[in-house]
Structure formats: structure tokens, C-alpha cells
Ligand binder design. Structure first.
Ligand code: SAM
Length: 236
């Protein structure tokens, strides 16, 4: 029953549109049978009947990357063979396991680091933590990143927490990224472009000559739209 007397409300931004439940549940078809009769083939609903984002998973862990995004990251992993993947924003942890497993399947060593201000929602079992490390910290505080300086390259740095992004990008360009490394801003560029086009354009231009947009991956999925940035050769 709805509690109409409720006085305390969580900040829904906490969930960033993910839903409150970090546990993966297989899709349930509440409004249609799974086995549709073929003598009514033409009447079958064409939509999924459940939230598509909720069904994205890797080995039973929710993973908030859609199949196009997974395919693009797969191709980037094949091409770059990163020795380090850092992801800001862990949530249930499925994507960390996915990056670790991809590297293992492709046969190269890769350490995967996840940073989140709330690791209580991480679902990775202890037995699945090989080559994965977690750090509970807030991205708003640049001191969070100081321990990242001496990591193996090539390196992919993914912002999927969306807090303090451009200051983190500045820090990464100054202290972390080598030529050919990636900084990837997931999901947010279309929103920022919609609501703050001038600032976004100005902020990105501040990195001209230091980063470029990799046009192979920058439009490979809507989640990666115009947010795949590659470190250029440092100025001589
Ligand atoms: C979109 S989810 C991450 C999803 C995950 N990368 C994936 O692909 O499955 C965003 C996460 O960012 C975290 N987050 C939000 N603001 C943060 C901040 N200021 N510092 C650290 N983590 C933050 C949230 O706790 C949440 O778990």
C-alpha cells in the first residue's frame, strides 16, 4: 500500500535511472505467455514486455551496458589490449567482471579497478574477484585518484559515475593517460549537449591537442555517443 504519510525521501539521482535493485532478475513476462501460439502469430505484441535495460547482464550480474556498447568495448579490447581498465561507477559490478573476462578470453593480462562511493550494491562474489579491485571513494574529491598514477598501459578510463567529470578528465590528462589511452564518458554527452551546449563545447575544446574523439567508437552505440576520447601524443 502507498505510504501517504512519508516524510523522508531518498534523492532519486542516487540511482541515476538504474532502478533500486542491483540484483539481476531474469525477465518476467507478466502480460503475455512466453510461448505464443502460432495460429495467432500476427497478433503477437512486438515490444519486449519488460524493461530492456533491466535484462542486460553478464553471467547473472546486472551490467548497465547495452549490447551495442558491449560490442564496441569488445572491439576496443581486441584493438587496444588494455593492461588496465578503470571504471568510475560500479553499481552491481557486472561490467567489471565483463572487462576482466574479456581480457582473460582474449589472452592478455588486465587489471580492472572499480571506484564507487557506495559499494554496498556490488554483487560480485568473493570467488570472482581475480584481477578486480574495488575502492569506495567519491569522485567529487580529486584526492580519490592519486593512487592511480603508476598503472600499466595501455589504459582505458571509463566515467560511468558522472560526477566531477571534467576535473577528473583534466587530472587524467595531466597525470595518468599516455598516448593512445582512452577516457570514455558514457551516457552523458547527449544530455549535457541538450542542456548546456555552450559549456560542453567549451569544456571539450579545452582538451584540443591533448585528446581527440575516436570516430570508430564515438558513435558505435548511443551510450558512447561522442564520448570516446583518445590521448594524443603529448606536445614536444
Ligand atoms: C551507472 S552506475 C554504474 C554502472 C556500471 N558501470 C555498469 O556499467 O554496470 C553509476 C554508479 O556511480 C556511482 N556514483 C554516483 N556518483 C558518484 C560519485 N560522486 N562518486 C563515486 N561514485 C558515484 C553510483 O553509486 C552508481 O553505483
Amino acid at each position: 500500500m502507498t505510504d501517504t504519510t512519508r516524510q523522508d525521501f531518498l534523492d532519486l539521482n542516487l540511482f541515476r535511472g538504474l532502478g533500486e535493485d542491483p540484483v539481476y532478475h531474469p525477465p518476467v513476462l507478466a502480460d503475455r505467455p512466453r510461448d505464443w501460439p502460432l495460429d495467432r502469430w500476427a497478433e503477437a505484441p512486438r515490444d519486449l514486455g519488460f524493461s530492456d535495460f533491466a535484462r542486460y547482464q553478464w553471467r547473472g550480474l546486472r551490467m548497465l551496458k547495452d549490447p551495442d556498447t558491449q560490442a564496441a568495448y569488445h572491439d576496443l579490447m581486441v584493438e587496444l589490449r588494455p593492461r588496465t581498465v578503470i571504471e568510475l561507477g560500479v553499481y552491481s559490478g557486472g561490467s567489471l567482471v565483463w572487462f576482466r573476462d574479456m581480457a582473460e578470453l582474449m589472452g592478455f593480462d588486465c587489471q580492472v579497478l572499480g571506484i564507487d562511493r557506495d559499494l554496498s550494491r556490488c554483487q560480485i562474489p568473493e570467488s570472482e574477484m581475480k584481477n578486480i579491485s574495488l575502492r569506495e571513494a567519491d569522485c567529487s574529491d580529486l584526492a580519490t585518484f592519486e593512487h592511480l598514477r603508476d598503472l600499466p598501459h595501455p589504459l582505458v578510463f571509463i566515467d560511468d559515475a558522472h560526477a566531477n567529470t571534467f576535473n577528473i578528465l583534466r587530472w587524467s590528462v595531466d597525470h595518468l593517460l599516455h598516448e593512445g589511452d582512452y577516457f570514455i564518458i558514457e551516457d552523458m554527452i547527449p544530455y549535457w549537449y541538450r542542456y548546456s551546449p555552450k559549456l560542453l563545447t567549451e569544456y571539450l575544446a579545452a582538451f584540443a591537442g591533448e585528446l581527440s574523439m575516436d570516430m570508430v567508437y564515438a558513435n558505435a552505440s548511443s551510450q558512447l555517443e561522442r564520448g570516446v576520447l583518445r590521448r594524443s601524443a603529448p606536445k614536444a
